[in-house]
Design a protein around this ligand. Structure first.
Ligand SMILES: Nc1ncnc2c1ncn2[C@@H]1O[C@H](COP(=O)(O)OP(=O)(O)OP(=O)(O)O)[C@@H](O)[C@H]1O
Length: 234
């Protein structure tokens, strides 16, 4: 196992057209770590994840994956290198069945059979619903499907954006239990959450993002406390 950080961002700047939204992001995701990317709306959490998954190119700084500089590497190539992303909104296709959604992940070179085996073993409900349209399932089941697509590809790094969005607290904690299991199996995880409490039980450290920069990293509970008193009016 590598001792290099899985992901290392150094002074990353990036934006949309002429508007820069990341103004020099520094972030480290170590092997087997679960880093919670916390902060209020618009701080740049999603944009940082997009840089890590290769869908938002940086304009300066350095992005390293397991010690290798990967600035400019395409999202598809990063996926082949083991970076797997579940974007905000889950990235599943509501008008396709569970099985067809899993089939989409075969683009990374895994067979449908393998994907289905992994998915249905971990989430039996998905096996029961394999021919059902994804859009007709509950939010929690859709999130399970999104996670299954990721798991089947055997990622080394998992990028998660607002997993808790729109889900009941009980479902959120079930989903995060599974994310915690993945971490204990050695997957390194970077997870953006506006509602920090959801991710606290599994986070090994936290990074606070404000206005396009990581302003502090440290103990997840301390950062959550600072966030809720200073920035969210809690
Ligand atoms: N596609 C886009 N085009 C232009 N500006 C964008 C785009 N996406 C995000 N932004 C801007 O970039 C900044 C950072 O947004 P980002 O979504 O990365 O933050 P966030 O911390 O993830 O917030 P949220 O929790 O609301 O998603 C915001 O000012 C936002 O308006």
């Amino acid at each position: 196992m590598t001792t290099d950080p899985l992901i290392e961002l150094v002074g990353i700047r990036a934006g949309y057209g002429p508007i820069e939204v990341l103004h020099g992001v520094d972030l480290v995701l170590g092997p087997g770590a679960v880093v919670a990317l916390l902060g209020p709306n618009g701080g740049g959490k999603t944009s940082t994840l997009k840089v890590c998954s290769g869908v938002l190119p940086s304009t300066s700084g350095e992005f390293r994956l397991a010690g290798r500089v990967v600035d400019g590497v395409s999202a598809a190539d990063l996926a082949r290198l083991g970076v797997c992303s579940i974007p905000e909104g889950r990235g599943i296709f509501p008008n396709l069945t569970v099985r067809e959604n899993l089939w989409i992940a075969t683009g990374t070179g895994v067979s449908l059979e393998e994907l289905e085996t992994v998915a249905y073993a971990r989430f039996p409900i998905l096996g029961e619903r394999r021919t059902q349209l994804a859009g007709s399932m509950s939010g929690g089941e859709q999130q399970m499907l999104a996670l299954s697509r990721a798991l089947g590809t055997n990622p080394t790094v998992l990028l998660l954006d607002e997993l808790s969005m729109g889900l009941a607290p009980r479902i959120v904690s079930q989903i995060y239990d599974i994310v915690g299991e993945l971490a204990s199996e050695g997957v390194s995880i970077l997870v953006a959450e506006q509602f920090a409490r959801a991710v606290l039980p599994i986070a090994t450290s936290a990074a606070l993002m404000l206005q396009g920069r990581v302003v502090r990293t440290g103990d997840p509970a301390e950062i959550e406390e600072e966030l809720s008193t200073s920035y969210l009016g809690g």
